[in-house]
Design a protein around this ligand. Sequence first.
Ligand code: AMP
Ligand code: MG
Length: 420
Amino acid sequence: MEHLSVSEAQRVVLESAVVFGAEQVKLEQSLGRVLAEEVCANRDLPPYDISAMDGYALRSADLGNIPAALEIIEDIKAGDMPTKTLAPGQCARIMTGAPLPQGADAVIRVEETEAKPDNRVQINQAVKPGNDIRRLGESMRNGEVVLTSGTEITPGVIGVLATVKRAQVQVYRRPRVAILSTGNELENLDEPVDPNKIPDANSYALLAQVQALGIEPVLLGIARDDPDELARYLKRGLEYDVLLVSGGTSVGVHDYVRPTIEALGVQMLFWRVAMKPGHPVAFGKVPSANAAESAGTFVFGLPGNPVSSMVCFVQFVAPALRRMMGHARIHRRTIEARLTHNVKHQPGRTEFIRVLLAKEQGGYAATSTGAQGSGMLLSMARADGLAVLPAECNGLAAGSMVAVQLLDGMVFQDDAGIKE
Ligand code: AMP
Ligand code: MG
């Protein structure tokens, strides 16, 4: 089986990718990690009925005639426990977060009141029972599951973990990732510009794609198109959990990645996928000698063309890494957008078009970022997303709806600001 559809190839990758084991980290170091345990509330919160406002705790039945004057019998601050029970005609001054006294069934905020002499307050508005009270357990109940395994640890999740007093949390281990570029023509970032060479973009674009997932990968450098040199580099790469090799995966006579990698014991599960860009993309694995300690090495042979390499990363590598990291959500979010122009397409391969997205009435408009050659990295640098043209489609007319996989920049926008 060599020539799979994108979804079939994705299935092959995800069926092989195993979730890694867990490790313990300090709460302060857990941002971006993935919870490897279920987390339960360790008490009721709030622990009793508390005031939601600075104001007066009172008996709502006392407010039959407004304005009403009440006697203040106690001053309850956050952290205090009330000591008195309200009788008819009485109230207690209360601060946000302080427990309600016995007898009170509502709170009125201070803005609706006027201080009067002799420890009295005039209430200018009636309230219903329960007004401005936060009920015992309304935020969380003791023993309730508040976070499930597979949850990405965001600042909000950290707030919840601190609330349930988790100074240490169990998170999934992150795969160790190595990146290798191949090709005689490649020039390293720190080498002087040579007009006869091609700058190595893939090492760095892939590095950043991996970093964006919260993993710090290792760059192995550039291997020349020479079977011995390639074998030496690939061997080093196979010491990692995941190896990304770009270039040399097609059928040219100097594309040595396939034979070299197979000679090193990598079992290839596919070599070709019906996609554009990214046709010569390969995936395989080396079974682990010690399955208890490691799942072995997963190897992705990515196309040399920089756009192809990045698009293949989005389709195959990122979901695999997210699965290994234990994420419950492994697929990129897709939105429907309206194409602003015609798009040609030869049936046969799923095509990914780099697009800019613009908000419009009722949704988004998608416009190509320009020339779409698989070597034209600017088409990727400018893109908000990848519009997906299904393999069987005959092209799409302007106005058609198309699925767009969102790329990293889509969380923020230029015209910031909340609309109220
Ligand atoms: P290959 O897959 O090795 O046949 O390479 C396809 C094209 O991608 C060629 O034009 C290569 O020069 C180019 N290419 C390969 N590797 C890289 C890289 N690391 N950075 C930029 N371009 C590359
Ligand atoms: Mg090459």
